[in-house]
Design a protein around this ligand. Sequence first.
Ligand SMILES: [Zn+2]
Length: 81
Amino acid sequence: MTTTEGETLDSLLARMNELAPGVEHSVSENLCKECQSADLVLVMKLEATDGSLAGAMPKTSARSWPYLRCRGCGRESRGQA
Ligand SMILES: [Zn+2]
């Protein structure tokens, strides 16, 4: 697992479109709401989106979404973006 240097969450989210899915990015200046651990990482996850309404032309695409994961307690929360 690749881990990058610590960066603030705002900074990571500002360039999240450049972040590779599945790579953990250390988040600095943030604490877990559950366990107060500062060992948080941001992970981009690919989520399938169904692009068709009627299903006549099935088109499944994926977009990446930021998740904030705590290494202290394992809590994961979906980003707001
Ligand atoms: Zn935690």
